[in-house]
Ligand binder design. Sequence first.
Ligand SMILES: Nc1nc2c(c(=O)[nH]1)N[C@H]1C(S)=C(S)[C@@H](COP(=O)(O)O)O[C@H]1N2
Ligand SMILES: [Mo]
Length: 541
Amino acid sequence: MINNLSSQGSSRSQKALTGMVSAALALAFGELVASITNKTTSLVLAVGELIVDITPGDVVRTSIETLGNSQKVVLLSAIAILSILFGGFLGLLSRRQPEVSYSLFILFGVFGGWTLNRDPLTSTVAALSLSALATLIGVSTFFLLNNLLDHSMSANFEDPRHRYADRRQFINWATGISVAAGTMTGVGRVLLKDDTIQSIRENIVLPDLEESNGLLPGGVPATEPPPVDGTISQEEPGILTFSEMNEIDGISPYITSNNDFYRIDTALRVPTIEPADWNLTVDGLVDNPYELSYEEILEMDLVKKDVTLTCVSNEVGGSLVGNAVWTGVPLSEIISRSAPSTGAEQVMCHSVDGFTAGFPIENIFDGRTALLAVGMNGTPLPVIHGFPARLVVAGLYGYVSAVKWIKRIEICTWEGNNGYWIPRGWSKKAPIKIASRIDVPREGRINAGINAIAGVAWAPLSGVKTVEISFNSEPWQECNLGISLSGESWTQWAYKWDAPPGKYEIRVRAIDSNGAIQSSNVVSPAPNGAEGFDQISVRVV
Ligand SMILES: Nc1nc2c(c(=O)[nH]1)N[C@H]1C(S)=C(S)[C@@H](COP(=O)(O)O)O[C@H]1N2
Ligand SMILES: [Mo]
């Protein structure tokens, strides 16, 4: 009796094991194939993409869009674990209803194939072949292990030696297959780290260009530098040079380095594109649809512009904003060459990863910087920032304009054509709002005496004219400003504070060159950008 029970118990867990190991092997096969060829993505990733796409806008907005890389890994691991657990369930089910469990296993493979086929980087043929093979491998393993196990269960009870031999054989197989699955996944991970694209990218030489943007006629920056090296002063707040500003401990540098630049995208796998295999198509409501190769783009008249890019999801005081020098071709040139026809209202940009974003065609011809960018801070675009090419449009939030890994610019009507985030609850028109941020001091304690309060402010397209701070809701006081090369990029600001001991709430606001004052209303990011004053509490001791 006791023997029977324990053999039942172990049979249950071993049955579950048959399904788990088989599911793991099928998934691992998918990982390995996806890492060897870029013709397909992995099964786990495809399911992740499905989850990203079907999660309601509200949830995606706060989780997926701002998912850090580590959270993306958590999502993918969760999918892998749940799939293996589902395999375990099928294993258990196979005790009583083997036909149902095998059918469900196949159905699971069909589901995997369907999600793979949704992936924009995977062809239908690749999706079907990979999922069919993975399912075949999974189901045959399931069959093999179940047979071994059943055999060891029903084997000659009179002769325990046979039973143990069969049982051992089952355990050996199960262990071997698990090790194989682990190895395949591991090898896949290593192969994915393939740095062909990195080395291709590093060998690209962008033309040496002068920065040309925003300079007023005569080459004068939008805010004039001080005639002499000024020092930060509160008696007479003025303009400080870049080096003076950048010396303030903790202030955001005027130019955000590529490494520090925020990253936002829905991609669970960063697209790796070889420029030689890549083309940009310009089509839609145009008389002259055409294609450009990477080489051709590099041979066009490139310009170098300073533009602040920010994410609509950025909270007040948040870090989803950066200022970089972008090298690229003016979109006005690219679009004019296509000869837009009547009815051309929207520029809809498509990424190789399926992401889309659209904005009014006027924005390309209204004098702002709107680039097909290939360079960022003097280097070819980093892979995570859109290599080989992306858009950068001054004054528009990234989700309606800054398409990375771009492959197609489609001219279309405004009505009836929506970018990725529009049906997910975000506004179709999304100009960047005036904002200001305190970088230093950090919340908490500081020492009495001279302290710098400093940060950045942006107000595309007109530019920041004034930044003011207020202590404990007392009247606003003007800060020193940094140089801003144009209204399209942010401005550093600083306030020299001789801090007496006490508790302070410090708030900041910006005023743009048209006199518009940053709004004090507290508004959350959805649907078109956060509003409100950044604020810190400090205790001076
Ligand atoms: N292909 C692709 N491009 C994209 C996105 C995306 O999800 N996929 N996100 C957009 C959003 S919401 C923002 S804010 C910017 C961020 O650009 P960055 O990652 O270079 O900072 O890219 C835009 N371009
Ligand atoms: Mo964004």
